[in-house]
Design a protein. Structure first.
Length: 133
């Protein structure tokens, strides 16, 4: 991913974080999902008093994109609050595995846009996929 596109994706994730609904944890997360055509879909975490019904930013972005008809993705950025970049939860890792190609860049950043890059194979080795069915 070129530097300009990477910057746009991180900025979109940071902006999505501003839309988070987090009255319980106070921990806003934003995600920005890049399609192969260059379109960016945003998602933020949405909490619920019944915690199990909470949806993470990563899944919100994927579900929005898939609901809009998208199926081919090229990268993902996730932005969290605080100085430490966080990593996606297990449920999000499984959804990422479903849609993101092995080589796609996953950018994990803190509130300052600083962090690390990874891939889904590093986040979820030995994942269960449709090929296992």
């Amino acid at each position: 991913m070129d530097l300009e596109l990477r910057k746009r994706l991180i900025e979109a994730a940071l902006a999505a974080r501003q839309n988070a609904y987090v009255p319980y944890s106070g921990y806003p997360v934003g995600a920005a999902l890049l399609t192969k055509e260059g379109k960016i879909y945003r998602g933020s975490n949405v909490e619920n008093a019944s915690y199990g019904l909470t949806n993470c930013a990563e899944r919100s972005a994927f579900f929005a994109a898939v609901s809009a008809g998208e199926r081919e993705f090229a990268g993902l950025a996730v932005a969290v609050s605080g100085k430490k970049a966080a990593s996606p939860c297990g449920a999000c890792r499984q959804v990422i595995r479903e849609f993101l190609p092995d080589e796609a860049e996953i950018i994990l950043v803190n509130e300052d846009g600083e962090g690390a890059d990874t891939t889904i194979d590093r986040l979820l080795p030995g994942a269960f996929t449709g090929q296992d069915l």
